[in-house]
Design a protein around this ligand. Structure first.
Ligand code: AOF
Ligand code: ZN
Length: 370
């Protein structure tokens, strides 16, 4: 009985320190892709003596920062890491060796690294060195932290999330009214987590004054690469000039054959011409760029996104969706709340609906299971 009680106490402590590691990991939010978010704390005699997180690719891993922070106190201490320590030379040397060298006694791990180069080899290496290893503490939390990283590692494709807004009566919003651009800060937080966001060029043309380029308003936030799809109906000025408002990295996929203007080239805006804009080409591009997460951001006129949404569902590229139910009634033209998902493919099952309250709207997240 005493032992059971002991274990119980131990479990609670492990959970506490693992949650602390996850909290630290989040400090890298938006900046680590294609690497995962990872946090680490070093605990000795019930005190946190070292903390670290992975800030961005090329920089040391979480464990290295935490060990540096702890210094000599690492000896005989326990390390909590939200992801299995790596056992390979990538851009940085293996964390297993750093933990062994620092004479860490025990390592508690949130989840095994799905990266095939690591995949339990880190655990094996630590155990071989005589270190006690516990795996799977707060595993679901650790997995949710790195949804895109895990998806990308396991499928070789970016996590594609469909986002759209609904009015309270369940109608799909065709245009965005005032105050809708960033409902309760949810959109802003969402944006900083994505490597790229797909938008229609008409958004830039029509809503420039009301809605400038969508950006995350979080302090110091990562701004996703803008993937702008531009469908030309044969007008004389095919690429809208307001694209010049896009100051961060952007790529325009267009079905019209125009050369890049000097201004666009100067700003590093890449223009790719093709006969028909499709997700295959866009996702290939994302893969070549090493992007792990993409937001298909339906803003403005839904019909401009319809082909991509259809293709995404048909080809099972869309993994997740986020919809905001907004107390706005303007521009409602369609009649089914989950229209983009259900009407386009009867085989789609919507599951794990997660309503999330925010200041001005209710946000619903869900997954597509084909
Ligand atoms: C860890 N701790 O903080 C991170 C890990 O190119 P590198 O050297 O940065 O290696 C990247 C890989 O290392 C990445 O794909 C993942 O498997 C692991 N990331 N591992 O022990 C960390 N960021
Ligand atoms: Zn590492």
């Amino acid at each position: 009985v005493v032992r059971a009680q002991n274990n119980h106490h131990q479990d609670n402590d492990d959970g506490f320190y693992m949650r602390k590691s996850v909290e630290l990991a989040r400090k890298g939010l938006g900046y680590t892709s294609p690497n995962p978010l990872v946090g680490c704390v070093i605990v000795k005699h019930g005190n946190i003596v070292g903390q670290g997180f992975h800030p961005k690719p090329g920089q040391p891993h979480a464990e290295v920062f935490a060990l540096r922070d702890a210094g000599d106190l690492s000896e005989n201490a326990t390390a909590y890491v939200s992801l299995e320590p790596c056992n390979h030379f990538g851009r940085t040397p293996p964390c297993t060796e750093a933990l062994i060298k620092a004479k860490i006694k025990k390592v508690v791990i949130g989840m095994v690294d799905p990266n095939p180069i690591v995949a339990s080899k880190g655990v094996d290496r630590l155990r071989d060195a005589g270190i006690e290893v516990v795996v799977g503490v707060e595993e679901e939390l650790c997995k949710s932290l790195n949804e895109a990283y895990i998806h990308h590692m396991l499928t070789g494709k970016p996590l594609l999330t469909l986002r759209y807004s609904l009015s309270v009566n369940g109608n799909l919003l065709d245009s965005l009214g005032n105050g809708v651009t960033d409902s309760g800060g949810y959109y802003s937080r969402l944006l900083q987590e994505y490597d790229a966001v797909i938008l229609s060029s008409s958004l830039f043309r029509e809503n420039l004054s009301a809605n400038p380029v969508p950006t995350s308003k979080e302090p110091g936030a990562n701004q996703p690469i803008r993937i702008i799809m531009h469908k030309d109906s044969g007008s004389s000025n095919p690429i809208p000039l307001v694209i010049n408002e896009v100051t961060d990295k952007a790529i325009i996929f267009t079905n019209c054959r125009t050369a890049t203007t000097p201004e666009e080239a100067q700003q590093g805006i890449e223009i790719v011409s093709m006969d028909q804009i499709n997700l295959d080409v866009i996702l290939d591009y994302c893969n070549r760029q090493g992007l792990c997460s993409v937001l298909l951001d339906v803003r403005g006129n839904f019909s401009e996104y319809e082909d991509l949404v259809k293709e995404g569902i048909k080809k099972k590229y869309i993994n997740k969706f986020v919809t905001e139910v907004l107390p706005v009634w303007n521009g409602c033209t369609k009649n089914d709340p989950l229209l983009p998902l259900k009407n386009l493919d009867q085989g789609v099952k919507v599951e794990n609906l997660r309503p999330m309250a925010s200041a001005q709207s209710v946000v619903i997240e869900g997954y597509l299971n084909f």
